[in-house]
Each structure stands twice: as structure tokens, then as C-alpha cells.
Design a protein. Structure first.
Length: 415
């Protein structure tokens, strides 16, 4: 299969699945609404980006991109949550289309015959994995949640990296930097995208040249982030990306939650703090609450220094494997599918590990994404959705392994 044929097949699949989901949209009777919906509604009704949380209106609880897109829809057409699902479908479809050239580029850089020779079909299958991944579609079809927007911006940045690798012009570098800026504005942990960019730069560039280009992308990216920081400064008199940082750090070292947001018995993390303490916390503004939790985090580490390392390793394990009481927030119907998901994911992870062993240095570009994201996310807290965004990348590596094994067996048979 050649690349142009792969593009046609993927485009047809995306359009077909988009039409199917629009039809399904009319059959959906319940939409799961998260804080981004409330923020968008508040923007429509009051003109302010805010969310009532821990007894106070929080003005920077969520990152601004997805709530702003919802606000535009709600402002123009009314507060209809299904419009948010339509936005999810569009962003998901675009993410799938942008993933193909990136996967194709990576496959071409792998010199192992089984991958290089079948680069187009491997890229196509990996992109189709994003399109039809059950959990990704769960977020797209039933949830007003920023996950799909995060996936879109991840793939947008990887797509722009591909464009620059093919044509290293100042224009493409600027487009990449702008995409990167909006990506970290959408979700700051996706700053890890700078690593695959650095690794993708042609070896013909000197190290200083590659470093300079990377710094340019970082500088422009953070320039795009700066108005959000300034806006928050006008409210809280400090430069901050989000006021949930302190609480997220504190959550990440709670042994009873395993570094997640829920206890192993399914109870919410709120039960970790006594009601009278919550009453004191609720009297603080959002940034003061963040500082309060930062102090609790620091005090816990001072009392038990080894806990920081222990919980960091627990969170890494949760990222790559499975946390206790996984899926507690899902419906019973979804929970019944979790054992199947665990078996399939475990097989994909095993094949991905084999791919790294076989491809060695050539695996650095593709593997740098899930590895760096896991290392950064584990600083805070871990939920399965934090890994879900990079599962298509693991699937790409797993498919590549299958083709490597098939090619090796075919060569032995013909020898």
C-alpha cells in the first residue's frame, strides 16, 4: 500500500464514522457534564470564566481553550451540551487525520525492513486505532470533557513537527511554535512535545542549531501562554497557570488513593480531610487554597521524605499498568468491559516493549512521547485517562512489532 491510498482510506473512514456518530448523537439521552461545561455556562451567563469549587469561585481551575470553544458554541446556539459532543467529533476527526503523516514519518525513520517496507499501512492502522479506540470514543460520544481537545492539540503539534521535518523553513517553524503555544495553553503537561521536536531535527544540524530552534519554539509557545498568566495575575496578583496545582501535588502523595483522586473503596478524596478543615479551606480564595495544599504537601514530605519517591513510583506504575479500583467513576456497563481492556492493553504494552528492544535508537522519537508524559504527569496524580492519550502511540509500536515478526518469519521461510 502506498501513502496516498492510505490517506484516501483514512479520509473515507473518518467521514463515515463522523456521519455514524452524528446519527448516534440523536439517540443519546444523557451527557456526562464536567466542570468545563459549568465554566462555559458561567461565561455565557455572567461574562466571567469561573467555576464554583471548594466554597469559592475559582477563576483558573481549568485551562482556557476547551471552555472557550464551548462558550462560543453556547453563545451562538444556546446552552445545548450535545453541541459540545459535536465539537468533540470534529476535533477527534481532525486529530486522526493529522496523526497519519506523523506515524508515516516515524515508520520511515525505522530502518528495520518489516516497518520501513510497510510504513504506509502501519501508519494507517495506527491512525484507525485513534479513530475507533473504544475509550477515546467514550470520551467523544458521552462526555463534555477536555480529553478530546487535549488529543487534538497533541496531534496538531506532532503534525506540525512532521511538516517542519519535511520542509525546515522559517514559516513551518513559526506554525509549529504557534501550535505548540496553544497546546500548552490547552494542557501544560503537553510541553513534553518539545522533546520529540528536538529528536526529530535532522542530524545534519549542529547541536547548537537544534538547541536554538528548540528554544525559539519554547519562547514563542510561552509567549502565547503569557496572556493567560497575565489574566490570572490581574485576579490573584500572582503569575499562575492554574490554582489546582497545590491540590494536585497533595493528591499525588496520598497513599490511601494510590496517587489518584479516589480511595480504593471508591470514596472521593474529600474524605481524607475532616469537615472542619474543609470549612477553613472554603474561606480562602482559590490561590490561597492552592498554597494551603502546597504547605500540606511540603509538610508531609518533610515528615516522611521517602514518601515522595515511593508515591512517584506508584504513580508511574499506575500510568503504565492499572491503578486500584480502576473505572470506579464509570457506569456498571463500562466496568464490565475493563477486564477485556486490561488484557488487550497488556498485550499492546508487551509488543511495544519488544519494539523498543528491536528498534533501539530509532525508537527514541516515538517512545519519547509516552515516556516523558508519564514522568511529568507522575509529579502530580495519575488517572487512566492520562495514559489513554498516548495509547495510539503504543498501538503504533505494537503494530510495528507484528510486522517485524511477520517479515522475519517470511524471510526465514524463503531462505
Amino acid at each position: 500500500m502506498n501513502y496516498n491510498k492510505a490517506k484516501r482510506i483514512l479520509l473515507l473512514s473518518v467521514i463515515t464514522w463522523l456521519i455514524v456518530r452524528v446519527v448516534i448523537l440523536f439517540l443519546i439521552h444523557h451527557v456526562n457534564l464536567f466542570e468545563v461545561h459549568d465554566i462555559a455556562v458561567n461565561m455565557v451567563q455572567t461574562g466571567e470564566m469561573k467555576y464554583f469549587f471548594n466554597g469559592q469561585f475559582n477563576y483558573n481551575y481549568q485551562f482556557p481553550v476547551y471552555p472557550s470553544l464551548l462558550f462560543i458554541l453556547y453563545k451562538c446556539f444556546g446552552i445545548i451540551p450535545k453541541l459540545g459532543l459535536g465539537l468533540n467529533f470534529l476535533l477527534h476527526s481532525l486529530a486522526v487525520l493529522m496523526s497519519l503523516p506523523f506515524f508515516y514519518l516515524v515508520a520511515l525513520t525505522i530502518k528495520i525492513e518489516g516497518v520501513h517496507k510497510n510504513s504506509a499501512i502501519i501508519a494507517l492502522l495506527a491512525s484507525l486505532a485513534i479513530l475507533f479506540h473504544p475509550l477515546i470514543n467514550y470520551y467523544a460520544l458521552l462526555n463534555i470533557h477536555p480529553f478530546i481537545c487535549d488529543l487534538f492539540f497533541l496531534m496538531l503539534t506532532l503534525f506540525c513537527i512532521t511538516r517542519y521535518q519535511k520542509g525546515p523553513t522559517n514559516k513551518n517553524l513559526l506554525l509549529l511554535a504557534i501550535a505548540f503555544g496553544f497546546t500548552i495553553l490547552d494542557r501544560p503537561t503537553l510541553v513534553i512535545c518539545i522533546l520529540p521536536f528536538f529528536l526529530s531535527l535532522n542530524a545534519s544540524f549542529s547541536f547548537i542549531n537544534r538547541l536554538l530552534k528548540t528554544l525559539i519554539v519554547l519562547a514563542i509557545g510561552f509567549t502565547i501562554l503569557s496572556p493567560w498568566l497575565y489574566r490570572n495575575h490581574t485576579i490573584y496578583h500572582k503569575f499562575t497557570v492554574t490554582s489546582s496545582t497545590g491540590q494536585n501535588l497533595w493528591l499525588g502523595i496520598q497513599q490511601k488513593t494510590g496517587g489518584t483522586t479516589a480511595l480504593t473503596n471508591g470514596s472521593n478524596y474529600y474524605s481524607l480531610i475532616q469537615p472542619e478543615e474543609w470549612q477553613s479551606i472554603s474561606k480562602l480564595n482559590s490561590e490561597e487554597q492552592s498554597d494551603y495544599f502546597k504547605d500540606k504537601y511540603k509538610q508531609t514530605i518533610d515528615d516522611n521524605p521517602g514518601l515522595l519517591v515511593k508515591m512517584y513510583l506508584v504513580k508511574l506504575q499506575n500510568f503504565w499498568l492499572f491503578r486500584d479500583n480502576m473505572g470506579s467513576e464509570y457506569s456498571q456497563q463500562v466496568k464490565s468491559l475493563i477486564p477485556i481492556y486490561k488484557w488487550i492493553y497488556s498485550f499492546v504494552l508487551l509488543l511495544s516493549f519488544i519494539f523498543i528492544l528491536l528498534a533501539k535508537r530509532e525508537a527514541r522519537l516515538i517512545f519519547s512521547i509516552p515516556l516523558s508524559l508519564s514522568l511529568l504527569q507522575a509529579v502530580f496524580y495519575i488517572e487512566t485517562r492520562h495514559r489513554l492519550i498516548i495509547e495510539p502511540i503504543l498501538i503504533f509500536m505494537a503494530i510495528s512489532t507484528i510486522y517485524i515478526i511477520a517479515s522475519t518469519l517470511s524471510n526465514k521461510k524463503n531462505a
